[in-house]
Design a protein around this ligand. Structure first.
Ligand code: MN
Length: 263
């Protein structure tokens, strides 16, 4: 099998950063895990990460997930990330790639629609699945849309809520606004940016975390990352992974073709 983290690794210099290379084994789970990291960068978005074959398939979702089936959210496919990336919460230094603050916004389990495989969904560009998260629940669809290759090498998808008991029409941005704190630490954006408050609890495991985790995303500089105050922290706790930004693409909401969703 091809190395699914090859792209991820090629974008980072592990001799200069403590970002997880994905070589350390994160604990296995019988159920497939998912993570959503709300990322207050140049543009606020949410990074959706779905566990599949020991990596996190990743999409950067413009404006985050919605509860409204009519509200299709652009989801830009980015490179698969290592599993332990899904436990990161902290600040990325200003001026760096992806500079801003990352909140663990949701996590839990996901499963493809019964009778369908993830491979088929990815291949055919329509992944139907159910979230069992703290916040995201019920059925969603990821539908791949036609991509302007001249403008972006990324695949663009739409994240669409299926009309089920968890759907809420007209929700717009209330869902995200009402849930502006971390599921892993209870902290809000400003606390995380300041490195204050509780350290996030682990879900996936494998990544050691502190309340003031700062990822230095500039591999050419050898600044020491901001470290936890310490006392209780073992010496080897240098969790300073790098976030590399996805390429921002023009927002194009082309409706998906094919069978109706949410029926
Ligand atoms: Mn991001």
């Amino acid at each position: 099998m091809a190395d699914r983290l090859a792209t991820y690794r090629s974008m980072r210099e592990f001799s200069r950063t403590a970002e997880p290379s994905g070589k350390a084994k994160a604990p296995k789970s019988r159920r497939l895990r998912f993570i959503v990291q709300k990322h207050a960068a140049t543009r606020l978005h949410c990074d959706l990460r779905l566990e599949h074959e020991s990596v996190l398939l990743s999409w950067a979702v413009t404006r985050g997930p919605s509860l409204d089936p009519h509200d299709k959210r652009l989801a830009v496919e980015v490179e698969p990330h290592p599993l332990d990336y899904g436990d990161f919460e902290g600040a990325i230094p200003k001026g760096q790639y992806g500079g801003g603050t990352v909140i663990l916004w949701d996590r839990g389990y996901w499963e493809p629609e019964p009778g369908k495989t993830i491979e088929d969904g990815l291949k055919h560009g329509h992944l139907s699945f159910t979230f069992h998260g703290k916040r995201l629940k019920g059925a969603y669809h990821l539908v791949r849309i036609r991509n302007d290759k001249a403008k972006s090498k990324r695949n663009n998808w739409l994240l669409i809520k299926q009309d089920d008991e968890f759907a809420h029409e007209g929700d717009k941005h209330r869902f995200l606004a009402d849930t502006d704190f971390s599921v892993a630490s209870g902290r809000k954006l400003d606390q995380i940016a300041a490195g204050k408050g509780r350290a996030p609890t682990a879900f996936i495991g494998g990544l050691k975390q502190s309340a003031d985790a700062t990822w230095d995303t500039d591999a050419s500089r050898k600044e020491k990352p901001t470290r936890a105050k310490a006392s209780a922290q073992p010496k080897d706790r240098t969790a300073t992974p790098v976030v590399v930004p996805f390429q921002l693409t023009k927002l194009v909401d082309r409706p998906p073709t094919g069978p109706r969703l949410g029926a």
